[in-house]
Design a protein around this ligand. Structure first.
Ligand code: ZN
Length: 553
């Protein structure tokens, strides 16, 4: 290549605390104009637009700011890659890519740039069996012509554009996090090593991100264990660069080592997400059946912290979602629970806990402590499934059924923002029947108290629910509503020594189902948000926007 050598500038853009600073490189266009390239963790490559020649751009490209790699023409892409990675060798049969910025690059990024889609990262790894997934400076990765994108002169298949990459941000994020681990073994067994970056804490950047623990006790205990295992004596005095060893049996599925069943299940679900074609209902949500569930209520106030209690606040958000859906769409909406003194209304100020609540079965079931609260939890999914069954019986489209349960949690205080639980396919049973004398009178239990799921249904359930969760995160982000910093979509709850999927979504026959933890009550900023009726309204509006976005192909 004949352009000026790449000059690495100190990073001037401040990245989010947990992310490495972007790499900035200065180069020249063929006309000799100076231009900046920027490589960002997870976000990939972009080029300063102002001086780019027309021939380097696709028709759609907007040149007022940074032009993303996707909006460069084949010629522009070739040029940008050569400028950013001057030591790469472009051969007839393959590209040999030398890793220059291991902090920012990942196998996902490499796959996105060279093959046209990050989802090819596993194929790239197969082509380079001797190289670790955690990139090292100077490693040379082979990208065979058969994987290279058509834009770059390869014969790689065009990526499946039914799922644009930005809608799979969770998969990219998880792949990037995975790329920051390296696996090893010592006298104490197998571990995944992670090197702490500046500003990172063991709690949030290791335990909450890489394991399934989020509750305060579980996070603290595991942080202590990992510290000890890593030879750290003072958790408060950890320096950047410290290598932390996470015993492999504590890793969440996406971070398990190659060949493990957890990782295989994770990949199967991701593949299902990609295969699953969205259901189209149009902006008015015509023909969509939605059941809204507000967690807890009655004698059960739910989680408590910072002067707030979960039940009334999530009930209020749920009622706002209900009102917006009724006002603005043609979706058919029902609730599982009602506070008799309040009806389906929302409130500006929430001063004291409501003590009465009933599940809307026939007859209604008062959540008054007469029966264990487990009964009221089960009646929610039973009622919802019964309503879905009635909907299907009247020619309703089974694919257009959505169940949403609203909660707020009390997690480790370092965590904040929304987190969404989807039903992990591996933890949904093939059959379950609700028994017990106390539920015998409820008509819905007799009709719908028993569920069965095929393997295919479990997989589809998780995949669709993940797609919805992506749409929800996008809508929340768009309105600057805080989202959990580390893996905001989870498919399992882990407490003590058990792991499970919450019953309301585990047994739901809705095609799409999610349990939304709107905020972490233990976090003061989150609590202040929940107290604010404007925030609750914004939250509800974002949920409705997400539902609308989800039902557009
Ligand atoms: Zn809850």
């Amino acid at each position: 290549m004949n352009h000026a050598a790449v000059l690495l500038l100190p990073a001037v853009i401040v990245a989010a605390a947990q992310e490495p600073a972007p790499v900035l490189a200065q180069t020249r266009t063929p006309e000799g104009k100076a231009i900046l390239l920027r490589l960002q963790f997870r976000k990939g490559l972009s080029v300063e637009g102002k001086a780019l020649p027309r021939a380097f751009l696709t028709k759609a490209a907007d040149v007022s700011g940074w032009v993303s790699f996707e909006n460069l023409s084949p010629q522009g892409k070739r040029w940008a890659l050569a400028a950013l990675f001057p030591e790469d060798q472009w051969r007839q049969e393959e590209v040999r890519h030398r890793v220059g910025h291991p902090d920012v690059e990942s196998v996902w990024t490499m796959a996105a740039l060279f093959t046209g889609h990050g989802q090819n990262y596993d194929r790239l790894m197969v082509e380079n069996p001797d190289l670790p997934e955690k990139l090292r400076e100077g490693d040379v990765w082979r990208i065979p012509r058969s994987l290279l994108s058509a834009d770059l002169g390869g014969t790689g298949k065009r990526p499946d554009r039914s799922q644009p990459e930005d809608e799979l941000d969770d998969e990219a994020r998880v792949a990037a996090y995975r790329g920051m681990l390296s696996f090893g073994e010592d006298g104490q067994g197998k571990y995944a090593a992670y090197r702490l970056r500046k500003g990172e804490a063991l709690y949030s950047s290791v335990v909450i991100r890489y394991t399934d623990r989020v509750d305060p006790k579980g996070v603290n205990e595991l942080a202590d264990l990992i510290a000890k295992r890593s030879g750290i004596t003072d958790v408060r005095g950890i320096q950047p660069g410290q290598v932390v060893k996470i015993p492999v049996n504590f890793l969440a599925d996406p971070f398990q080592s190659e060949g493990s069943s957890g990782l295989a299940e994770e990949r199967e679900v991701r593949a299902e997400v990609r295969r699953t074609v969205r259901v189209e209902a149009g902006p008015m949500l015509k023909g969509v059946r939605i059941i809204l569930d507000a967690g807890h209520g009655g004698v059960d106030p739910g989680a408590r912290a910072n002067g707030l209690w979960e039940a009334d606040f999530v009930y209020d958000i749920t009622m706002r979602v209900r009102r917006l859906l009724e006002q603005e769409t043609e979706a058919q909406v029902s609730s599982t629970i009602r506070y008799p003194g309040l009806g389906f209304k929302s409130r500006e100020a929430i001063r004291t806990p409501s003590h009465a609540a009933e599940i809307l079965t026939n007859p209604p079931f008062a959540v008054d402590g007469e029966s264990p609260s487990a009964v009221s939890v089960h009646l929610r999914w039973v009622l919802a499934n019964d309503l879905f069954a009635a909907f299907r019986k009247t020619q309703g489209d089974a694919q257009k059924t959505l169940f949403l349960s609203f909660h707020a949690d009390s997690l480790h205080p370092s965590a904040r923002g929304s987190m969404i639980y989807v039903p992990g396919a591996a933890l949904v049973p093939s059959t379950f029947a609700l028994g017990g004398a106390r539920t015998g009178l409820v008509a819905e239990v007799r009709r719908s108290g028993r569920v069965t799921f095929t393997g295919r249904e479990k997989l589809q359930g998780e995949a669709r629910s993940r797609q919805f969760s992506e749409a929800l995160l996008k809508a929340l982000r768009k309105d600057s509503i805080p989202i959990h910093a580390n893996r905001p979509i989870r498919n399992v709850i882990y407490r003590g020594h058990g792991k499970w999927v919450p019953a309301v979504i585990r047994y739901s026959t809705g095609a799409t189902k999610a349990l939304i933890e709107v905020a972490n009550l233990t976090n003061e900023d989150d609590a202040a948000n929940l107290r604010d009726p404007d925030f609750r309204e914004r939250y509800a509006a974002a949920v409705v926007n997400a539902i609308r976005a989800y039902y557009r192909k």
